[in-house]
Design a binder for this molecule. Structure first.
Ligand code: SAH
Length: 480
């Protein structure tokens, strides 16, 4: 195959990025936007020795899994990769991805996977689920302000105020801001020149409370006529917080370091299950609250707490899982690298009256091993003193955990952390993962060191995209 060759192929597989994969005489072609089951005409755009990339030119015979995308920009936009695939098929794809990684990377036997894997948790209505959106602003050829999303792999803005994954109220907010910019000639920021004012708007919506937050990210210290803008925005029912974040740096980072309140308060409130969270413009918060509740309920089920347990929640963010588990545990310890997230975690514990959760700032792979080593040394001292009548209570205080929960970023857990988990030997490990490949790698290590994989379940946190979240339960199969 060579560049610019045309070919007709059957799409027989799905790649990690959601692209279709087909073969011609043993030569593999990756075709963006093609759906598994399509028969399509494609044009080669890049040819390597054994494989190449092709553009979808025409669907000759559509796949039974092909559907009309709800968003007319689905193909150009970088946000959704698989909107043209039926939702049922998306779920099968995600489940197979987890299964495939467990087999290939984790080395788990297919029979074992059959036994431990539970059906993926999908959404009833897989659209309009995101509680957070960050829209960039730009200027079109006629000089009008526009907002929307970046086209895949570029910073070209596709003008669209009606994203199918976002809360419906986003459109009203965006149109209000655009109208204000047109009326007062307020320029959008231009990445190339570093000039212009309005860079981004962050919108957050509390599905359980209907509270709305709007945060304007600006390249300057003030917004001219800002009162008029806030007057227009507060007409939207649910408006709770309007803030401004100054970001004058020429970077891809969206938010500034701080924010100031323009109207209302600096945060909105939302519930996951019984737990109430205060979310500010700079807080991390799960973007799909409906699925998050299902995921955390599974974490609770997998942890199977009876009441007195000591639980560690590593990579705890703003303490979402920690607070969820604290409802049933004796004591929870959370560890997180971002100090502001720990401030939020402590505040969220307080507003929910949770007193059995304690939080540490630091790297999980440093905090836990240090804690363990220190406690081991203390424990050794205490053993020596045992004959000398030390209070029995203190003797029990070695580095102990009944359950360890980890929810690492995509790169997975550090080897030093896995080593400490094995040394601490909790009865159960609950692993929440946003990347099945690193999950499989880490599970392999835990299972080579005395743990057994008991339950695995994928949860679809991000319908229409290729991302998949997985939760697993492992139990210790050695006695202490
Ligand atoms: N469990 C949380 C957040 C999970 S996202 C929730 O469900 O909301 C992963 C978190 O790990 C992020 O908050 C990130 O800041 C944090 N993180 C990344 N590397 C880390 C490390 N080495 N040690 C501790 N936390 C880390």
């Amino acid at each position: 195959m060579q560049k610019n060759d045309m070919a007709v192929i059957e799409i027989t597989d799905i790649g990690v990025g959601g692209e279709g994969i087909g073969k011609i005489d043993g030569y593999t072609l990756f075709v963006k936007d093609a759906v598994i089951g399509d028969r399509a005409e494609v044009k080669v755009i890049k040819a390597k020795k054994n494989y190449g990339y092709a553009r979808l030119m025409k669907v000759i015979e559509p796949s039974p899994y092909r559907v009309e995308p709800r968003c007319r920009f689905a193909r150009q936009c970088g946000g959704c990769q698989i909107q043209a695939m039926s939702y049922d098929r998306q779920l099968v794809f995600k489940e197979q991805k987890v299964r495939g990684d467990l087999e290939r990377i984790g080395g788990f036997a297919p029979e074992l996977i059959d036994r431990v894997m539970e059906p993926i948790v999908g959404m009833e209505d897989p659209f309009g689920y995101r509680n957070k959106a960050q829209f960039p602003f730009g200027t079109d050829k006629e000089g009008n302000p526009v907002t929307g999303f970046y086209a895949g792999r570029t910073h070209d803005i596709i003008a669209n105020t009606d994203c199918a994954l976002g809360a419906p109220v986003n459109q009203d907010i965006l149109e209000t801001i655009l109208a204000f910019m047109r009326k007062y000639n307020i320029p959008a920021y231009d990445e190339k020149t570093g000039k212009g004012l309005i860079r981004h708007v962050l919108i957050r919506y509390g599905f359980t409370t209907n509270e709305i937050m709007v945060c304007l990210v600006v390249n300057g210290n003030t917004i001219p006529h800002v009162r008029e803008l806030t007057d227009d925005l507060v007409r939207i029912p649910g408006m709770t917080s309007i803030t401004m974040s100054v970001n004058t740096k020429r970077t891809n980072v969206i938010m500034g370091d701080m924010y100031e309140v323009l109207w209302g308060q600096g945060y909105i409130t939302d519930y996951i299950g019984e737990i109430r969270y205060q979310i500010s413009p700079l807080s991390f918060y799960q973007v799909n609250p409906a699925q998050t509740e299902k995921l955390y309920s599974l974490a609770l089920e997998y942890a199977d707490l009876k009441g007195g347990e000591t639980v560690w929640d590593l990579y705890c963010g703003i303490g979402t899982i920690s607070l969820f588990l604290a409802q049933k545990a004796g004591q929870v310890y959370g560890v997180e690298i971002v100090p502001q997230a720990i401030d939020d975690a402590r505040k969220n514990a307080r507003i929910n009256g949770i007193e059995n959760a304690e939080f540490f700032v630091g790297k999980a792979e440093e905090v836990l091993p240090e804690y363990y080593e220190r406690r081991q040394m203390d424990g050794a001292d205490r053993n020596e003193q045992k004959q000398m009548d030390v209070e029995p209570d203190r003797l029990k205080r070695t580095a102990h955990a009944d359950v360890i929960v980890v929810d690492p970023p995509r790169k997975g857990c550090d080897a030093a952390l896995l080593e400490t988990i094995v040394k601490m030997a909790p009865e159960k490990v609950v692993y929440v993962s946003c990347d099945p490949a690193t999950l499989a790698r880490d599970l392999k290590i835990l299972c080579e060191n005395g743990y057994e994989l008991k339950r695995v379940r994928a949860v679809d946190q991000f319908p229409m995209t290729v991302h998949v979240e997985t939760i697993c339960k492992l139990t210790r199969n050695f006695t202490l």
